[in-house]
Design a protein. Sequence first.
Length: 272
Amino acid sequence: MSSSISAMPAVPQYLSIVKDEQTAVNKWEKTSSDSRQGLATFASEASSITTPDQLLKNYKALKVVLGAYNMSSNIDQTAVLKQLMTQDPTSSTSLAQRSGNASWKAFAKAFSDWSTSPLASADTVSTITQNYLTNGYESSVQEETPGLGDALYFTRTVTSDTKLTNIMADPKLLKVAEKVAGFDTTQFGALDYDQQVRLLSDKLDLSRLSTSSGVQRFAEQYLALLQVNPDKTTTPASMLTLYGSSGSSDGVLSLFTGGSSSTSSNLYSALF
């Protein structure tokens, strides 16, 4: 990413990129020698990988495949990957279904049938290559400008059919939704799943995501809120802290930007 762009605040950067992210990805690829080398190796070896074990043993190819599915952090979890590639992903007892992880489900769906190697298809290899580059680019801009990569991912992932369960199952989407809903993301993570669903259901208006312009507006709001109130990096609060030392529900107010839900609403009004 050029210095002239990366020097901008997050929202102007986002607006500049989102108009044609593919062009931005292509420009970034030319400057990323690691990505080019990794993809060259992947392209030359993909067709020779015919079993899950062969993919697991080919570190360079596996790195590209997992990068395409936002699963780079799982590269050393051989047992997990093996299950995802050998179980029926539609079964309620499969690891993919039990995990609720959207990336794991997508990976399992693509790589669970090895009667013909998934990597034997030129279309599949092309899709993996493009997704790997796009995810790599977004990770790069995320490091330069916190939140930017997540905002871009949110914009290209969310559709009018996206439900709260889809958002809950995707850490990047959830991070954006938490911020826009007015929650402190580090403390929100200390709540259990049902509590998170209840709070987000009350605060998140998914009808805003019914159009592409609405999705973009949502992402812009996330970046604006992040600039005003950056995410903390501290350890999530305990349940006792969240609900108050007396056990009352008043402590939940600390989840909201500025300490109350009204502050979050006022901030939204000021920015948008």
